[in-house]
Write a protein that binds this ligand. Structure first.
Ligand code: 13P
Length: 334
C-alpha cells in the first residue's frame, strides 16, 4: 500500500501530469489517417516512438498511459518503449479496459468491458513493469439519461477494476467520463458529474479501495459541444471545484483531467484556472491525450523529416500544461 501511495503521489506532483497516449488501435489509426498516414502497426509504432522519445518530455510528464499494442513495442534500436520511458523518469502505465459497448435495455447508454481475465492480464502487465493502470467508463447525457442503473453498473465495474489493480500493485486511474456530446448546459454536466462521482466513490469504498493509492480522472464541468452557451474560464473553474469538493474524499491521492475534445489551448487555460481557483485537499493536474498530441500529429504527417518539428510541438504543449498544473500559465509563448 505504501508503494502504491508513493507512485500515485509521483504521478500528480511536481507540476507534472499524465500523457494519456492510449487511444485504441482503431481510433489512433482513424486520427492518423486524416493526416495521410497509412493504417499499419508500423506507422502507429513510428508515431508512438516520436512521442515517447521526445527529448526533455520527462520534465513535464510524470507518466504515460499506453495501449497494449505500444506497451509491447520497441523503438528503432530494439528497446521497449516502456524502458525508454522509465529511463526518462516517466512511469509507464497501461489502459486495461477493452472499450465500451451499448448497455442492453438502456438505449443510448454504454458499459465498459474487460473484467474477464483481468487479474491475469494485470499480473502480466505488472511483471512487464507497469506502475499504474487506467479504466474509462462513459456516461452520456441525453433527455432521460444517464439512468441511475447505467451509472451504477459502470461504478461497480470501476470499483472491481480498481480493487484488482491495487491487488496487483498498480495504481488505478479511475475514470468515469461524462462526455461532452450533446446540447446540455454546464449545470446539467455538473449535476451528472456529481451524481456519477457520488455513486463511484460509494462503491469504491464498499470494495475497500484505498483512496490514497488511486487517482480520479474526470471531465471539467462544461456545456455540451452543441450548446452555444459561452462560459468563462473562471466559471468552469468555480463549477469544477465545487463538484469535485462534493464528491472526492480528502484522502484521494489526486485528481486528473481529461481534455475531452476541447481545443488544446482552451484546455490549458481552463486547467490553469481550476488549479488557481481553490485550495483543494488533493493535487490536480492534466491527463490529456488530444490536447497534448494534436499539434504533434498535425506536424508529423507520417514523414521522418518532420519528427523533430513534431516533437517540439509536443514538448511545448507539455510545458504549457505543466505551467497550468501549477497555476503559472499566463498565455502561449510566441
Ligand atoms: P482526451 O484528453 O483526448 O480526452 O483523452 C484523455 C483520455 O484518456 C480519455 O480517456
Amino acid at each position: 500500500m505504501e508503494e502504491l501511495r508513493q507512485t500515485a503521489g509521483r504521478l500528480v506532483s511536481g507540476g507534472k501530469g499524465i500523457f494519456a497516449a492510449d487511444a485504441s488501435v482503431k481510433s489512433i489509426s482513424a486520427r492518423l489517417a486524416k493526416y495521410g498516414v497509412a493504417e499499419s502497426e508500423e506507422e502507429r509504432r513510428k508515431y508512438r516512438q516520436l512521442l515517447f522519445t521526445t527529448p526533455g518530455i520527462g520534465e513535464f510528464v510524470s507518466g504515460v498511459i499506453m495501449h497494449d499494442e505500444s506497451f509491447r513495442q520497441t523503438d528503432g534500436s530494439g528497446k521497449l518503449f516502456r524502458e525508454t520511458l522509465a529511463e526518462a523518469g516517466i512511469l509507464p502505465g497501461i489502459k486495461v479496459d477493452r472499450g465500451t459497448v451499448d448497455l442492453a435495455n438502456f438505449p443510448g447508454e454504454k458499459v465498459t468491458e474487460g473484467l474477464d481475465g483481468l487479474r491475469e492480464r494485470l499480473e502480466e502487465y505488472a511483471q512487464m513493469g507497469a506502475c499504474f493502470t487506467k479504466w474509462r467508463a462513459v456516461i452520456v447525457i441525453g433527455e432521460k439519461i444517464p439512468t441511475r442503473e447505467a451509472i451504477k453498473i459502470n461504478a461497480d465495474i470501476l470499483a472491481r477494476y480498481a480493487a484488482l489493480s491495487q491487488e496487483a500493485g498498480m495504481v488505478p486511474v479511475v475514470e468515469p467520463e461524462v462526455v461532452m456530446e450533446g446540447g446540455h448546459n454546464a449545470e446539467r454536466c455538473a449535476e451528472v458529474t456529481t451524481q456519477t462521482g457520488k455513486i463511484v466513490f460509494e462503491v469504491l469504498a464498499e470494495m475497500k479501495v484505498d483512496f490514497g493509492g488511486m487517482i480520479y480522472k474526470v471531465n471539467m464541468i462544461l456545456p455540451g459541444r452543441e450548446n452555444r452557451e459561452e462560459i468563462s474560464d473562471e466559471d468552469v473553474a468555480q463549477k469544477t471545484c465545487e463538484v469535485l469538493g462534493r464528491i472526492v474524499p480528502v484522502d484521494t491521492a489526486g485528481v486528473v483531467f481529461l481534455s475531452g475534445g476541447q481545443d488544446p489551448v482552451t484546455a490549458t487555460r481552463r486547467l490553469n484556472a481550476i488549479v488557481k481557483h481553490d485550495k483543494t485537499a488533493w493535487p490536480m493536474t492534466f491527463s490529456f491525450e488530444r490536447a497534448l498530441e494534436q499539434a504533434a500529429m498535425e506536424k508529423w504527417l507520417g514523414k521522418d523529416e518532420n519528427i523533430e518539428f513534431a516533437q517540439k510541438e509536443l514538448l511545448y504543449r507539455a510545458r504549457m500544461n505543466s505551467l497550468a498544473a501549477r497555476g503559472f500559465y499566463s498565455g502561449e509563448d510566441v
